[in-house]
Design a binder for this molecule. Sequence first.
Ligand SMILES: *Cc1c(COP(=O)(O)O)cnc(C)c1O
Length: 426
Amino acid sequence: MFKKSIKAYEDAKIVIPGGVDSPVRAFGGVIGTPPFITKGKGSYLYDVDGNKYLDFVQSWGPLIFGHCDKDIEKAVIKTAKLGLSFGAPTELETELANEIVEMFPHIDKVRFVSSGTEAVMSAIRLARGVTGKNDIIKFEGCYHGHSDSLLVSAGSGMATFGAPSSPGVPSDLIKHTILSEYNNIEQLEKCFKESSDIACLIIEPIAGNMGLVPATQEFLKACRELCTKHGALLIFDEVMSGFRASLHGSYGSNNIQADIITFGKVIGAGMPVGAFASNDFIMGHLSPLGKVYQAGTLSGNPVAMAAGLVSLQKIKKDKELYTKLNEKAVMLTSGLQKVALKHNIPLQVDTRGSMFGFFFCEEVPANMKEVGKCDFKRFATFHHEMLKRGFYFACSQYEAGFICETMTKKEIKATIKAADVVMGML
Ligand SMILES: *Cc1c(COP(=O)(O)O)cnc(C)c1O
C-alpha cells in the first residue's frame, strides 16, 4: 500500500538529504516510510499510492480550516493574479497586523517575516537590543525554530533524532543560552540568580514540541514576575499555540501578558508567514524606527498575507469556533484514553483548544524528562497501524496533534474505533 511512496522516497534521497526538507518528515522515530502527498481536501490527505488519510497533523498546525478551504483558496488565487511579490508595502500587511493587534491588549505593533524561526530569531535580537543584555533563558523541550542560539535541548525533531544540540553551532554562540526545566520555578529562580545579564526568557506557554505539555499557571506567573523584577523581557513563543489554543493564544487561558509574542503557522494558513509583536516602546527599537536591524525580501508577501487575513477573519466570525474544536479534541482524546484503558494501556491525554496530545506513560508529564519516560516503541507501533488504517497522526510522540474545523464527530468516532483495534495489538 506504500509502494509508490517507497519509490518516491528512494528517488528523493538521491537529490535531497534524507529525502526531506524538514527532518521530522522522514518518520525517523516510527516504523515505515513517509507517504508522499499529492493533495489535501478538507480533513483528508491523499498520497501517491491513492491512500486517503484523516489528517491530524495539518501541516504541523497552520490549517485550522483544513485543506483547500474555499474562502482562503479564493483570496490566494485572486491576490496571486495581481503579482506574487513587490518588495514594497501593501495594505494587506496593515490589515493582517490590525487583526492580530486587536486580539491582545498589550500588543501595538507587528512585524511580518517568512517563518516561525525567523520570527523568534528576530524577537531575541530585539530583546537583546532593547535591554542591552546578552543572556537568554530557554526551557528543555521547547522548540523555537532552528536558529543557532536556540538549538539547545529543543524537543520535537531534535529529540526524535537524539541530538542534544547540532554540530555547526559554535559553543561561543550557545554560551549565552541558559537552559532550565519546564514547569520548575526553583530552577528558574536559580538562573536569574546566576546571571545578571539576562535579556529575555523565551517559552512556549503551551508547549507543543515535546508533545502537548502546557505550563502551569503558577509557573507562567513566576516567569512574568521574575522577568519584571530583573529587567528581562518575557517572550511567549506562540508560533504554534497562537490562534490554535484560543483566539488570544495562551493569553486566553492564563491572562498573562508577555512583552513580545511570536506567531507563525495559523497566521499564514499554510503559506510561509511568521510575525513578532510587542508594544510601541519595544517595537520602536526596530529598524527603520530604531537601531535593531531586521529585514526580509519576501516579508509580508501579499499572497501569504491574503491567506492569513481571510483565515483570521473566518476565525473571528465564528464565535463558537474554539469551543467546537475543543469539543472534538476532547472527544478524541477521552475516546483514545478509554480504549487504551480497556486494553490495560496507560495513556495520558490533554487538549488546549484545537491542540491535543497523548502519551503512552503512567503519569501526566510536566517536562521533557518525564516525556522521555514514555513508551516510544508502543507509540511507533500505534502510529504505523493507525496510518495503515487511514489515520495520519504526527510521526513522533514529541509532537502535538491538531483538530481542524472540517473534522466531524463521525470521523473522530471512526478514529477511536480503529484505535480500539490497534491498542489491542500493542
Ligand atoms: C513551528 C515552531 C517554530 C518554528 O517555525 P518554522 O515556521 O518552522 O520556522 C518556532 N516555535 C514554535 C513554538 C513552533 O511550534
